[in-house]
Design a protein around this ligand. Structure first.
Ligand code: G6P
Length: 612
């Protein structure tokens, strides 16, 4: 969702804020703005509808803002359309206080009405303006900014990360959070707040993660963090391992392509520290045996692509562990009365570790006594911090909105977990275990082999990019893969697309197949390849064009019935989806490229979804 940056230091704030916003733009990009307090104590604000580049131009062409302290925001609209007025920062009626906000204030209407009765006039449609006007109200009453902030936090309900500037305190930023990410960065030139670490990498790697209900006061000289009772805290500092280049395009046209190409290395990082002497070692899960004894079912809970990983996991973990595994959409999970309790293990998968629905599912699971294991990419994120066990994917920062390397590494880690647990509970035989472990280690090189054929997918995409509708079909894990392939295509190319369990198509949807319809048939899962072949024949007989993806094992069988065939290297059937997703990512990428789409920042989307 929205991105927040703040800087209190010795250097000019504007370039620091703009650089930070550029790196945070993937969180939301329908408008942007900054507020800076000048040396003579004046609050200056510039904001604009559209991409950050519009704001940058505005700043270049108008009188420059100057000052060593400021806050910035890039928005993904919730309340109020994207326009100049609804853009952040929002300024209080007295013109002294500015606020940037990520999250949603649920009781904003009630507060707005009460403030309007007191004579406050609102100019925007946002929930955020309520925060700043309320702050103004309490500040006028108490003349103590920090006290006024606490009063506001006591009154508002919902999720927020806040950055606050007040020209009466020209050397201070006040920050607060609840259920939305915010971290503090400690630099040589000053101190920072940011929605995530990528915004700070160019300045510092030393950070502290703010917790719910904490309030921080930053100046150029230092940072004080207080808990909800106003007690000063001694917070731990962490070092971010990522380097700046990891969050830069490094010559690639798009972050998405860069991240696709990074997959061999990302997968290597995910597994290399977890396989030693042909054994899977999950240091994070030392009491696995004990844990398994008490578990009779597993829920895998996630959103978007991470949910698709969960679907692959469902098939794999049931097979490996012989217990029921359900993949559940986080937004549905907590409203569906899942059978939680001590005998259920809940696995939450999230790249950002901040997705609100996944976070809420985690809390519900814990409240009902289940243990929670999370698979997360972003270190120190909320989901990671609140889980009983965390497995980090170590994929490095992912900037493109459409996930690729995070998806792949999540899948690898979930499968690694499944095999590890199967070994711990003596379900898997030694020989099979050895084979799979060997295949895990070969994955990076096999992914590279698929990527070496990038041009073939590029060609195929340039042949089919004009289609208005695309169907993905497959069975078992291939069906789960189809869901991801279809989502990738929709997200970035805006082509209507659906994914169907191949055997289900004839129960209605086949009516949409007509001469020329494009069907992408996934037949990598060898045990069911023949069955999928029958479904391919069904769509072919109705005139569909079929792009088929198989392995060498089934290439001959499937090839005879397809207009185009891609043959992937073989691996253990359990791991085949890791390779299978790569062509789907490349196809979606090149289709979107041919259609001239804004690949890294698709319309209406945001990478980290911190609203329900
Ligand atoms: C958004 C992103 C998706 C992502 C989903 C879950 O919708 O656009 O790419 O899969 O959120 O995000 P998470 O950070 O929890 O994996």
């Amino acid at each position: 969702m929205c991105g927040i940056i703040g800087f209190a230091g010795k250097a000019e704030a504007v370039p620091v804020l703009l650089d930070g916003l550029e790196r945070l733009e993937y969180r939301g990009y329908d408008s942007a703005g900054i507020a800076v307090v000048s040396e003579d104590g004046a609050l200056q604000v510039k904001k604009s509808k559209g991409r950050l580049s519009v704001l940058q131009k505005l700043l270049e062409t108008q009188e420059p803002l100057s000052g060593n302290i400021g806050i910035g925001h890039t928005r993904w609209a919730t309340h109020g359309e994207p326009n100049d007025t609804n853009a952040h920062p929002h300024v209080g009626q007295g013109g002294k206080i500015a606020v940037v906000h990520n999250g949603i204030i649920e009781n904003y209407l009630e507060i707005k009405q009460s403030l309007m009765r007191k004579g406050f006039v609102f100019s925007s449609d946002t929930d955020t303006e309520v925060i700043v006007q309320l702050l103004e109200y309490y500040y006028r009453k108490k003349s103590d900014l920090l006290e006024a902030v606490y009063d506001v936090l006591n009154r508002i309900k919902g999720a927020y990360a806040l950055g606050i500037l007040c020209s009466d305190f020209p050397d201070q930023i006040v920050a607060a959070r609840k259920d939305a990410p915010l971290l503090i960065g400690y630099g040589e030139d000053g101190n920072y707040i940011a929605s995530d670490a990528t915004a700070l990498l160019a300045h510092t790697r030393t950070v502290t993660y703010m917790e719910d209900d904490e309030v921080a006061v930053l100046t150029a000289e230092g940072v004080r963090i207080f808990d909800g009772d106003r007690s000063l805290l001694e917070k731990e500092k962490h070092t971010i391992e990522w380097d700046v280049s990891a969050a830069e395009k490094c010559g690639y046209a798009h972050f998405m392509l860069k991240e696709i190409m990074e997959q061999p290395e990302a997968v290597r990082k995910t597994i290399s520290c977890r396989i030693a002497d042909k054994e899977i070692v999950l240091e994070e899960l030392k009491d696995a045996k004990e844990l398994l004894k008490n578990i009779s079912r597993i829920y895998i809970v996630a959103c978007g692509s991470a949910y698709h990983v969960g679907m692959v996991g469902k098939y794999a973990l049931e097979k490996l562990l012989h217990i029921p595994v359900e993949a559940s959409l986080a937004s549905e999970f907590r409203y569906s009365e899942p059978l939680l309790g001590e005998s259920a293990l809940v696995i939450v998968i999230s790249q950002s570790g901040e997705t609100l629905d996944s976070m809420a599912a985690l809390r519900e699971a814990k409240r009902k006594g289940s243990r929670v294991l999370s698979i997360v990419n972003v270190m120190g994120s909320s989901i990671a911090r609140e889980s009983d066990y965390v497995l980090y994917t170590w994929a490095g920062p992912e900037i493109a909105v459409a996930t690729t390397k995070a998806y792949t590494t999540q899948m690898v880690l979930l499968l690694l977990l499944g095999v590890y647990l199967a070994k711990q509970s003596d379900i898997i035989v030694r020989e099979e275990y050895g084979k799979i472990v060997g295949e895990f280690q070969k994955l990076p090189e096999k992914i590279s082999a698929v990527l070496n054929n990038l041009k073939d997918y590029q060609k195929s995409a340039s042949r089919y990019f004009n289609h208005n509708s695309v169907f993905y079909i497959g069975r078992n894990v291939d069906y789960a893969l189809g869901l991801e392939g279809s989502l990738k295509l929709k997200e970035i190319s805006y082509i209507h697309s659906e994914s169907y369990a191949a055997g289900e198509l004839k129960h209605g949807t086949i009516s949409l197949i007509e001469p020329g319809t494009l069907v992408i048939a996934l037949a990598m899962y060898e045990p069911l390849a023949e069955k999928t072949l029958s479904n391919i024949v069904e769509v072919r007989s109705r005139g569909a064009e079929v792009i088929a993806i198989t392995t060498e094992l089934t290439a001959q069988l499937i090839g005879s019935q397809s207009s185009e065939l891609f043959v992937l290297p073989e691996t253990h059937p359990l791991l085949q989806p890791v390779l299978g997703v790569i062509p789907l990512q490349l196809f979606a990428y090149y289709v979107a490229l041919n259609r001239g789409c804004d690949i890294d920042k698709p319309r209406n989307l945001a990478k980290s979804v911190t609203v329900e």
